[in-house]
Ligand binder design. Sequence first.
Ligand code: NI
Length: 258
Amino acid sequence: MIDSHCHLDDRKYNGRTKGLVAEAARAGIDLLVTIGADLASSKAAVTIAHQFESVYAAVGVHPHDAKTLDDATMERITELAAEDKVVAIGEIGLDYFRNLSPRPAQKKAFEQQLALAVALKLPVVIHTREAFADTVSIVREYAKDLRGGVFHCFPGTADEAQIVFDMGFHISVGGIITYDKSQMAEMVTQVPLERVLLETDAPYLAPEPHRGKINHPAFVTLVCNKLAKLRGISPEEVERVTDRNSRKLFRLGDTFEG
Ligand code: NI
C-alpha cells in the first residue's frame, strides 16, 4: 500500500524517521511520498528519500510560507526538484483559512511553482483551503501543460471534485473520512475510485481511533479500510486501484506498467 502524502521530517517525530518507515513496512506500506512545505523541509524530504528505498519526495513551498519564496529560495527549490527520487512539486496552493501569507504572495508563489512543474514535467501536490475557486482558476491556466497532480486532503464536494477531474487531476483522502459525518466521507463515495489516492498527511489528521494524536504513515491502512467500507468493496480492491493511481501519477517504483 502507498501513503501518497506524509511529512516524515516533521518536528513532531523528533527525527524518528527510521522507526516510522520500518513500522509502515510492517503494516504493508511499501511506498511513501514525503512532502515538503518550505525550503528546509523540502531539503529534509530529499535527504530522507535518499536514505530509504521506499521513500520518495515532493519539494515546494506551502501557501502558509509563500512569503518566504524569494528568488534565492526559488532557485534552491528548482535545484532540489531535479534530484533523484523527487516525484512532484508540492505542497503548493492557496490557504485563505489561515492566511499566514498575504494572498497576493500566495498566488505568486503558487504560479511560480506551477510553472516550475511544467518546466520539469513533474506533477503537483496541491493544498487548497477556503480558496477553491481561485485555486481552480490558477490551475486551469497551467493544466494543459502540466503532468497532472493531486488536490490533497480534498476539502470539497463531489461536484467540486468533478471540476478537478475535468482538469485531469486527482484527489486524495485521509483520516478525515474516518471521522463521524465528515463531508469528505460522503464525497468519496460519489467519485470514481480511479481518481482517488490514499494519504495520511502524517503527523496531522490521524484517523480513528487515533484522532487527536500524532498520525503515522502506517495508519493509511485505516483510511483504506474505511474507504472500502464506505464504498462497499474489499480493502484489497481499494488498495489495488489507489496504489495504481499513485504509481501512475508519481511514476513510483519500477513495477508500474502503462
Ligand atoms: Ni500535507
